[in-house]
Design a protein around this ligand. Sequence first.
Ligand code: ATP
Ligand code: MG
Length: 798
Amino acid sequence: MSSVEELSQLFADVGFEEAKVKEIVKNKKVAHSLEELVREAGARAEWDKGKRALLHTLASSLKGATVTGQNLVAEGIRSGELKTSLQVDAALKYVKRAGEGATVAEMHAESGVGVQVTEDQVQARVVQYLEENRAKIESERYKLVPGIFAQIKALPELKWADPRLFKPIIDREVLKILGPKDERDVVKKEKKKEPKTNDKKKAAVEEAPKRTMFSEGFLGDLHKVGENPQAYPELMVEHLKATGGKVHTRFPPEPNGYLHIGHSKAIMVNFGYAKHHGGVCYLRFDDTNPEAEAPEYFESIERMVAWLGFSPWKITYSSDYFDQLYELAEVLIKNGKGYICHCTAEEIRRGRGIKEDGTPGGERLPCAHRERPIEENLAEFRNMRDGKYAPGEAILRMKQDLSSPSPQMWDLVAYRVLNAPHPRTGSKWRIYPTYDFTHCLVDSLENITHSLCTAEFYLSRESYEWLCDQVHVFRPAQREYGRLNITGTVLSKRKIAKLVHEKYVRGWDDPRLFTLEAIRRRGVPPGAILSFINTLGVTTSTTNIQVVRFESAIRKYLEDTTARLMFVLDPIEVIVDNLPEDYEELVSIPYRPGTPEFGERTVPFSKRFYIERSDFSEDTSDKEFFRLTPAQSVGLIKVPYTIAFKSLERDANGKITRIHAHYENDTPDGKPRKPKTYIQWVPIAPRHGSPIPVAETRVYNQLFTSENPSGDPADINPYSEVIYPSAVVEHNFRHVVSNSPWVVESAKQSEFYVPEEHDRKEVCRFQAMRVGYFTLDKDSTHDRIILNRIVSLKDGSK
Ligand code: ATP
Ligand code: MG
């Protein structure tokens, strides 16, 4: 077995592009097959783009298996005789069948090598086909065309025709018969069917290279390493030496709170961009504000970056650079570009043109300290450092340009006195640098090639570059992208803190919140978040997204990656009167219809089971109610016959406790009745360990009632968390929570799959058929199952 590095090198040698190589090595089986093929064919063989794609198609079909004769097929691709994936498929089928006896000549015959079908031949055969089917085409019109297409392509005479010939010819000939489309051809919008996982896999192979948020839009347009302009070009030489020409980015959170959904964009932008370009990304804690920091924020931030699937190249702290920053501050002063100022906050505002009534735009004036001699500034700065000033008595300001239209050039504050020890540097410093002073210089010290931040920093770019130039250090390129906002919830630290402290929610990770800790606890897979952000793309403007859109992206992701189970939220017991006590029928149900890789499970159907309370109605007059009523039988998922209502039992309060039913396996013709619909059911079969009781099922809805909440607790939706105390789930739940490999395998089909820690509860996701997506909450214990609803099955739940 070769290592991922060796494989990557091998595939790169053959000419696969970097992004493609990464995609290939992700799938071990395909990578293994491709390795075999390439080694046999010789890495230096000439593989052009088309041949490489075909070779990859072949490896994808082999999926790790070694087939006698596979090298014949590879050779056919290399020599250019097998030209299409159709031919490669046919050739592979042939060698599989022929085994040891396979010959090149037969393979060529089977895969249509050398068969020439001219455009005229295609034309003639199409016309003939359309004539033969004219009546049908005239009655069903354009609706029929996609079907015609497939049938014509499958005609034996046309099997090896150039696939590109069909469309123009069929379009032209159909038009002759039907004339242009008219109102008869307006089709009502149909719901698009999701392709099955298998088809998706194939599609992913065929449509490479993938377009992502990194290859287009804001990130696609960024400069290459080394192309950002410098005031002192010689600094670029050192920069390129230090970076080796590789992309260097950083994610620089302030450790003063928990990250939220918006930050996941910043994480993906910074870490993802570096990864996409084979570069590195720092996690840099911007800890210049010691008063607001706390250890749990550092830990949580690291955890969330890892959860989203990224590993920092290095974890650094702005405070690591306090010594260097101090030295650079002295350089600034010595260059005549920094001065110690003793003005009050109010005086500074005035000097910046803020009028007495608080409005801006007044005359901007230098303060009395602006023209002090350099020596005096240096001495006073050292006095600041040495504790001669209390907070507010002295600051270091940059001597910028008061005549500039940008407020970022109006003599920003660089250092201030704070009487606070720092969690990392202890009591060493009494003065601390500001964001404006720190950020650009630390970017420079870390040789950041792309300093990516949100658009509110746009004006800061000028001061960022100014400061680097004044102290004569490499000037990184700051570029600004739009924030991601989720509307319909609150993200502000202050507002969430209030909800947490006053116990309106279960903590910072309450599944109704949009902190990343909360989203993780609720059960949202990290891959779903990445895929969501990728879909939004990156531009320079703010993206405002409704919570429902986020949820629909999660739903889409879970649809493809979860097994299904039967689950009943509010059960009523059903007793089938006409079945014997020991009756048992094992019905097989696929874990995910259409995806055989998920396998299937058996569920015992017997005399007793549970159905959902809301799937029964005593009212027989509602024509829209398709489920069980005293006058209407219903199907049970995968059970051969329908059940019909017989009688009811109620408790003292009149609540229905049990339904007696009749199993309709005794119809006059012996055939099952056709029910209006099928409902889920959970067996009562102690022998099989079914049902499994769920102590609490927590169903979440919007936290606030108003669409744009202010965070006022009075606005909290009383139904934001509804707890069902008696739900039941089929016994196969045990299998799903043990997180069997097929769950992971299927999730890996997603382009944005992120491996997760298996022993964590939130990874035990499943689709409760007809109810929603659920996972274990962290409050679950061995004998007390607590489920979270991740999302409902459909939009528009109340
Ligand atoms: P908030 O004020 O929402 O807490 P912040 O900007 O103070 O956010 P930081 O810790 O400074 O939080 O953020 C770290 C990085 O994440 C910064 O580069 C910031 O621009 C980025 N970021 C913060 N919020 C968002 C958002 N909503 N969308 C995209 N990026 C964001
Ligand atoms: Mg901030």
